[in-house]
Design a binder for this molecule. Structure first.
Ligand SMILES: Nc1ncnc2c1ncn2[C@@H]1O[C@H](COP(=O)(O)OP(=O)(O)OP(=O)(O)O)[C@@H](O)[C@H]1O
Ligand SMILES: [Mg+2]
Length: 448
């Protein structure tokens, strides 16, 4: 498809010269000698880029620029300025012009600028496209705790360097999401993100998955297949759950990390790749090394930069944010709210399965909850049971078998017992004010 370029200039000679020069380069050129006509064409003809004169009789170039940017915020616009109006050109850049060129100029010069602007805009569109795909698939990182801010900072710092990164953290903490974030902020964001789960495949399949195979390499290899490393050339490969990789595969991986080359299974041709490697693990690699399950030399190759994602229980202030994030995700119209007692329970629980467990709890609660408000009864039993470290669980009943009132009454009594019937302390423990506690005591007929 030939890119269409819109030239807006009141000087007909200029329009004509640009049309000739740019058509010669293979672009399709349309012209307007009036600002308003230009805006109209920007709307109707959907050009890939605009060359715009800053000074025109009917309407100022800046106004035209604003209107065009409203129609399409990402369209590249090159401004033509006369000598001495550079300040206005800079103002135009602030509004969103991509570049400017000062009259008089050589046609060669504008050809180069047009090419660059279009190239850049293609790249940006591509990056945007991949970003959106990734956001759709992985979501974004939510978290405002100091620990997560630090993680976010590390991600930004490491992203552009292209260095190998090892992401550690318990199951469900968001290691994969962090890997995607690194890719999105990297210089390879315009290329696809390639992920391989090293724990999910048996050794032979993993090898062909990573390095590809030649036709006839093994039974079932009916055609040649590219491996993930080849697909990830010039981009990022995520080796997920690397701690589970079979030790014999680790040797082959080590070579790729050292020499950035490999052969396809059953092949002799050496394939060179330029790939950014990110690995994740939820097992303790140090102990895997001492058990002989993980190669120490590979560990050093992977551990150039380490980002460790803290467990959710150590950053509980992120829980309400995450809860709202997941409510939004699974119930975009926000038809269901969450009661404050329910939220309290969520913030108190220890979340051994981290964010994935929290996400599941919210998704499930939205399904189970028939009313407009999520209540503790809508949570899995282990969440309610864990509220008390005592041997008697708070609730022995199955979900749905007890009322919210019963649960709340029970929680209040437990809280009072725990704090020697000190109402201020019990209220604080429950996360409600003392007057609220008194009101509830009265409501439930609890006499002290
Ligand atoms: N900070 C976060 N904000 C929003 N969603 C998150 C965050 N962290 C994780 N998630 C979500 O939680 C789920 C688990 O995340 P992810 O798969 O990245 O975890 P993991 O650490 O790789 O887990 P595992 O070790 O089990 O593979 C995903 O659905 C992800 O979208
Ligand atoms: Mg994972």
């Amino acid at each position: 498809m030939t890119p269409r370029i819109l030239v807006i200039d009141d000087e007909e000679r200029m329009c004509w010269a640009l049309e000739r020069a740019l058509s010669h380069e293979g672009y399709q050129v349309i012209t307007a000698t009036r600002g308003l006509q230009g805006i109209d064409l920007a709307q109707k003809a959907e050009p890939a880029m605009v060359i715009l004169d800053l000074k025109m009789p009917d309407i100022d170039g800046i106004e035209v620029l604003k209107a065009i940017k409203k129609i399409n915020p990402s369209i590249p616009v090159i401004m033509i300025t006369a000598h001495g109006t550079i300040d206005t050109a800079i103002e135009a850049m602030k509004i969103g012009a991509t570049d400017y060129i000062t009259k008089p100029f050589k046609l060669e010069q504008i050809k180069v600028q047009v090419k660059q602007s279009l190239h850049l805009s293609n790249l940006e569109n591509q990056v945007d496209f991949y970003r959106q795909e990734l956001v759709k698939k992985y979501g974004k990182i939510v978290g405002q705790s100091d620990a997560m801010k630090e993680v976010a900072l590390l991600i930004r710092q490491v992203a552009k360097t292209g260095t190998t990164v090892l992401i550690t953290g318990e199951s469900g903490t968001g290691k994969e999401v962090a890997a995607v974030e690194i890719h999105k902020a990297s210089n390879q964001a315009d290329k696809p993100f390639v992920a391989v789960n090293c724990a999910a495949l048996p050794e032979q399949l993993l090898e062909s998955e990573l390095f590809g195979h030649e036709k006839g390499a093994f039974t079932g290899a009916t055609s040649k297949k590219k491996g993930r490393f080849e697909i990830a050339h010039k981009s990022t490969i995520l080796l997920d759950e690397i701690g589970e990789m079979p030790i014999s595969m680790q040797a082959k991986l080590l070579r790729v990390l050292q020499e950035r080359c490999f052969e396809r299974v059953g092949g002799t041709e050496t394939i060179h790749v330029d790939v950014r490697v990110i690995a994740t693990t939820n097992i303790d690699i140090a102990s895997a090394i001492s058990n002989g399950d993980f190669r120490e030399d590979l560990y050093y190759r992977l551990n150039v930069m380490q980002i460790s994602i803290p467990p959710l229980r150590s950053r509980k202030e992120d829980i309400p944010l995450l809860v709202n994030h997941f409510l939004e995700k699974f119930d975009p119209s926000r038809s269901k709210k969450i009661s404050s007692v329910a939220m309290k329970i969520l913030t108190r629980y220890n979340w051994p399965g981290n964010i994935r467990e929290l996400q599941n709890a919210i998704e499930r609660a939205l399904i189970v909850c028939q009313g407009a408000e999520i209540q503790p009864v809508h949570f899995p039993k282990e969440l309610l049971n864990s509220l008390e470290e005592t041997t008697t669980p708070v609730i022995n009943l199955t979900v749905g078998g007890f009322s919210l009132e019963e649960l709340e009454k029970h929680l209040i009594i437990k809280a009072l017992e725990k704090h020697n019937y000190n109402q201020t302390k019990a209220a604080k423990y429950l996360g409600i004010s003392r007057p609220t506690l008194l009101y509830r005591l009265q409501k439930y007929g609890i006499k002290l």
